[in-house]
Design a protein around this ligand. Structure first.
Ligand code: ZN
Length: 266
């Protein structure tokens, strides 16, 4: 499978899904996300696939949602109902589906991983980060309280979650490892090889036991409230869009040029 923005390959029981929009720092437009979901589903359904690696071509893992792209299935005029329809499918349900694919998954992250970028790596079971990886969610600057899929508190703990949301600052790979969000930090040139090595090691294990191990951890998080919290914070997020719409008729509070400057700071 190869689409305009996604490469998909299976070898040695490992499915490798590659974001392939490097000229735009792998900004996520709707076709990229739809193709990415198709690749995940393909890997989930293929009995030859035991482990899934999600990686990205270019300097950066993902600069987040491509806010210039819009959604061709929605009318040009923004409505809260339209925003919720688009975002619940692509920014909530996709991430939850990828999280629950009953096979181990590994994200390999280099460069920036901004806002919507987190929605691609957080659902993976393990994250291998390059030394230059930086993770941020600067959307408070746009009048929104955090991206759609609220992994922040679960991944970082409440204080660091609040700090990065309040300040918009990026956390480094080492800092992310310290709090357990990242599994390993490796030199950028070794990133894909190291992710693959880890995948190959896991692929030697019994697939059903791996499935059950993953379910044990995810189910524990769900019993602690992960699923319910993700759903309810998605609605909190939508009040941000509703507020911005009521203030300025646009889903976020600042214009795209200001936003680019904000992102460049991270
Ligand atoms: Zn949103």
């Amino acid at each position: 499978m190869q689409t305009e923005f996604i490469l998909y390959d299976v070898a040695d029981n490992i499915a490798t899904i590659t974001l392939n929009r490097p000229e735009a720092a792998n900004a996520q437009n709707m076709p990229l996300l739809d193709d990415l979901d198709e690749a995940w589903c393909r890997a989930a359904d293929d009995p030859d696939v035991k482990v899934i690696v999600l990686q990205a071509n270019g300097k950066h893992f993902s600069s987040g949602h491509d806010l210039k792209a819009g959604d061709p299935s929605q009318p040009a005029k923004f409505t809260l109902a339209g925003i919720i329809a688009t975002e619940s499918k692509r920014y909530l349900e996709y991430s939850l589906r990828w999280r629950n694919v009953p096979k181990p998954s590994i994200a390999a992250v280099q460069g920036v991983c901004i806002a919507g970028g987190l929605l691609l790596c957080w659902p993976c079971d393990l994250i291998v980060a390059a030394e230059n990886a930086k993770f941020s969610d600067p959307v408070v600057a746009m009048g929104i309280g955090g991206v759609e899929y609220h992994g922040h508190t679960w991944e970082l703990g409440p204080r660091l979650a609040k700090e990065i949301l309040f300040t918009g600052r990026a956390i480094t790979a080492d800092e992310a490892k310290k709090v357990g969000m990242v599994s390993r930090v490796v030199p950028v040139d070794d990133l894909h090889a190291e992710a693959r090595k880890l995948a190959a090691e896991i692929a030697t294990k019994h697939p059903f036991a791996l499935r059950q191990a993953k379910r044990a951890v995810n189910q524990t998080l769900d019993v602690q409230g992960f699923y319910a919290a993700i759903q309810s914070v998605f609605d909190v997020h939508q009040t941000g869009h509703g507020h911005a719409l009521s203030e300025g008729g646009y889903p976020i509070l600042i214009n795209l040029e200001d936003m680019k400057k904000e992102v460049a700071k991270t």
